[in-house]
Design a protein around this ligand. Structure first.
Ligand code: SF4
Length: 311
């Protein structure tokens, strides 16, 4: 089965249906000890170097060149120039599902066309199970660290839906006291222990913005996938994303918002608008290199909890 690297959200159901094995090149970064010399954002810089050095063992690459990450467009081209067969994938900024559909057909041709249409339904069922895990987390039945680990993996389902299904079935339920309901918005933290640290400081993350996008979009064929994924909030105008966030945050009864930003990421520029439009106490933090959550950020999380407790 060809191993297909992806640099951001690319419908995994389509890759599986075409007989490929998706592999999200971001998922190794938080635990990685690699530090790129020539970098803006550490996420793209590290995967770009690893791709060029052939450290992922992938057969081809799909770069999301229009949508959620502008750095990926350049770092993706560097990987392509090193000789990896590469396809550039674009989301519609205006949500035009016909454009989305044309992108999916073009991706299909790159992957060799649909061979296993039943995969669409299989992944849809798994995403329902992922949404259930998210719901249980909101109600304090599953830890935020465990929920994050599962939801973030929906970008590629570990390249093996059956194995992933078995892993989902073993997720442990607990009774977790929720005192400070936190929405974590922005790109996911580059720190592998962030959710555990937040929990240890009595901040319970009840919403992970980007991973929730991974689990809420699906479809049983190209047309349905196109209609659904064209609402991927990170690829749409900010107004669209904020409207979605407002509803989601209200539904989850959050007390405060942590906006995670990444050094040299263009999403940082959205902070001011998000602060103005989301009516919640908000802490903005910025990460750079992968590893453990730095002490300085822990102190800021602690101070934020005190603010929430006073309000
Ligand atoms: S943090 Fe920003 S620049 Fe870096 S990979 Fe994510 S979206 Fe792209």
């Amino acid at each position: 089965m060809p191993k297909i690297g992806i640099t951001a959200l690319v419908p995994p159901e389509l890759i599986f249906a075409c007989g490929g094995q998706p592999y999200d090149v971001n998922n190794v970064i938080p635990a990685s000890k690699k530090y790129s010399k020539n970098k803006l954002c550490a996420w793209t810089a590290i995967w770009q170097e690893m791709l060029v050095k052939r450290e992922f063992g992938i057969d081809s690459l799909i770069v999301v060149a229009g949508g959620d990450c502008h750095n990926a467009l350049v770092d993706g081209q560097k990987a392509a120039m090193s000789g990896i067969p590469t396809h550039f994938f674009f989301y519609p900024f205006d949500g035009d599902h016909k454009y989305m559909e044309s992108q999916l057909y073009s991706l299909c041709s790159f992957l060799g066309d649909i061979k296993y249409p039943e995969k669409f339904r299989q992944i849809k069922e798994l995403k329902k199970a992922g949404q259930l895990i998210d719901k249980k987390r909101i109600n304090g039945k599953i830890s935020s660290a465990e929920t994050f680990r599962i939801l973030i993996s929906f970008s590629d389902l570990w390249g093996d839906p059956d194995k992933f299904k078995r892993a989902i079935a073993t997720v442990q339920e607990n009774d977790i006291e929720i005192n400070n309901r936190i929405a974590l918005i922005g790109v996911p933290p580059i720190y592998h222990d962030f959710h555990d640290i937040a929990q240890s400081l009595d901040l319970q993350i009840v919403f992970d913005e980007l991973p929730y996008e991974f689990v809420r979009h699906t479809g049983t064929g190209i047309s349905e996938v196109a209609r659904d994924y064209c609402d991927y909030t990170f690829a749409r105008p900010l107004d669209f994303r904020i409207e979605f966030l407002q509803k989601e945050l209200e539904k989850r009864k959050v007390d405060g918002v942590i906006h995670y930003t990444q050094f040299a990421c263009h999403h940082m520029l959205e902070d001011e608008i998000l602060r103005n439009r989301l009516d919640y106490p908000m802490l903005t933090i910025q990460g750079d290199l992968p590893g453990k959550t730095p002490e300085q950020i822990k102190l800021r999380l602690e101070a934020f909890r005190e603010v929430l407790e006073r309000s």
